[in-house]
Design a protein around this ligand. Structure first.
Ligand code: FAD
Length: 438
């Protein structure tokens, strides 16, 4: 492999084992339910629909492979407790908003755990929380207040000074941080997604390499979805497209994709294990936008992710080579003992964001529903909201569904070249401001 091109290959997917293959859908067909998108949202929705409607025809389509988009490419943090930000620390209204959202977040973490237990998914699930930490102390303010707020609000958090971080992580890079438990977990995301695919009820008809190219909302309810080679008319449709929603005209001007890239090393050598003091597996996030995500995995590899960019057309192989060099730099800063050629896999993926950090959970037209846009926390949230949107579409209600429906909707963003310019400048600025944390 040369520096000019790097194959886009998720290490998680490559290491997850053999996936079931599903055929493509072509021609004209009809279904009671159509789920578009086979990531965490679509898989959870399809599973729940099959439980609720055992006699209905339920079709799940993905333009590529089920579970191998962002759901098989993310960093594997199952978020159950968010770190409160300054606005949530200062005022009672901020705390009340944090608590309202916390109900969804905690249920999301619990949903992941429930599915792993019930379906016996082997995905290195580690319920011991993770760490937010920085190299430069002034990049992470009000740590004590945050720890107190999390503990007051029913969570579990601890301050970690440089010595505690060094002993826990086995490296000297981080100087200031905190640990948040209380439901936060780490896992191998592609093995979780593959476990969900393997356990789909037999009544879910799955199709891969089946791209929806147009959604025509039908006046009588439901939609006709045009495929590359045919169409499918469904009485009810659930859209689980996340970052790809705007491409199909869904939530355009409300949500937008952000491209992330990550690398995974080969397993550590015995000498490297010695150098890291045989530290146990861990996950570290940066509390500021633009900082790095790092993990020491159960199979003794290091995951490094330190880019977030607005590249709606995706990351080319040549761009990926450059991002891999940035990952190498991030690894050098943290793990100086690691050989230069330690990276085995590098990949990119799209997460979905909104300006006000809100998610999508709604009926778009009669019988057409969408859930998505989890602002980088969709492993757990997609798994929960996929189930909830299937229940909502089936006419069920619950406090969690009411909570999800009551959330503020994603706010307006401009589209076209103006947005491209703003987004590129903003993200480049964030990356620059977080340079010490790469
Ligand atoms: C590098 C990276 C790191 C991340 N880290 C984390 C993390 O640690 N924790 C966390 O919670 N979240 C993380 N995320 C975000 C997380 O991956 C997403 O929020 C989550 O995957 C959303 O699930 P989803 O099912 O809604 O969407 P996706 O996983 O994006 O699934 C959507 C599916 O739709 C399919 N599709 C797209 N267009 C079409 C079409 N026209 N027709 C049919 N199918 C289509 C795609 O192929 C894809 O399979 C990360 C994302 C990336 C890229």
């Amino acid at each position: 492999m040369t520096d000019a091109a790097v194959a886009d290959r998720s290490g998680w997917v490559a290491l997850a084992g053999t996936y079931k293959n599903f055929p493509a859908l072509a021609g004209a067909s009809k279904a009671d339910w159509l789920v578009i998108g086979g990531g965490f949202t679509g898989l959870a929705a399809a599973r729940r629909l099959a439980e609720l409607h055992p006699n209905h025809r339920i079709v799940l389509i993905d333009r590529k492979r089920l579970g191998q988009g962002a759901s098989g490419r993310n960093s594997g943090f199952a978020v159950s407790r968010e770190m409160p930000g300054p606005s949530e620390l200062e005022k009672p209204a901020g705390r009340a908003a944090y608590l309202a959202q916390a109900a969804i977040h905690q249920a999301a973490g619990a949903e992941v755990k429930r599915l792993i237990d019930e379906l016996r998914i082997d995905c290195d699930y580690d319920p011991n929380g993770y760490i937010f930490a920085v190299h430069e102390r002034d990049k992470f303010k009000a740590l004590e207040e945050r720890v107190n707020a999390i503990n007051d609000l029913g969570g579990e958090a601890k301050l970690l000074d440089a010595a505690a971080l060094r002993s826990r992580l086995g490296i000297a890079f981080y100087n200031h941080g905190l640990w948040i438990g209380g439901g936060n977990a780490l896992l191998q995301p592609a093995r979780f997604a593959k476990g969900l695919i393997d356990a789909l009820p037999a009544t879910v008809e799955c199709y891969e390499n089946t791209e929806a190219v147009k959604i025509t909302h039908e006046p009588g309810g439901g939609a006709t979805v045009s495929l590359r080679d045919g169409h499918i008319r469904a009485a009810r449709v659930i859209i689980g497209l996340n970052a790809f929603m705007p491409r199909l005209g869904v939530k355009r001007g409300r949500v937008f994709p952000i491209s992330l890239t990550a690398s995974l090393t080969r397993p550590l050598t015995p000498a490297e294990e010695e150098a890291i003091g045989h530290a146990g597996p861990w996950g570290g996030l940066c509390p500021i936008e633009g900082g790095a995500t790092v993990r020491l995995t159960n199979d003794r590899r290091i995951l490094m992710r330190n880019t977030a960019e607005y590249e709606p057309d995706g990351i080319s192989q040549a761009m990926l080579a450059k991002r891999r060099a940035w990952h190498e730099m991030g690894l050098r800063h943290r793990f100086p003992f690691l050989a230069k050629d330690a990276i085995e896999f590098t990949w990119s993926g799209h997460m979905c964001a909104s300006r006000n950090w809100s998610f999508v959970f709604e009926e778009l037209s009669h019988g057409v529903f969408a859930a998505g846009c989890y602002n980088g926390a969709g492993l757990a949230r997609g798994t929960l909201l996929g189930r909830l949107i299937a229940e909502h579409a089936s006419g069920e209600t619950s406090p969690l569904i009411e909570n999800a429906l009551a959330r503020e909707k994603p706010s307006w963003v401009p589209t076209g070249p103006l947005f491209t310019l703003i987004a590129k400048i903003r993200l480049a600025h964030e990356l620059q401001a977080a340079k010490s944390e790469h």
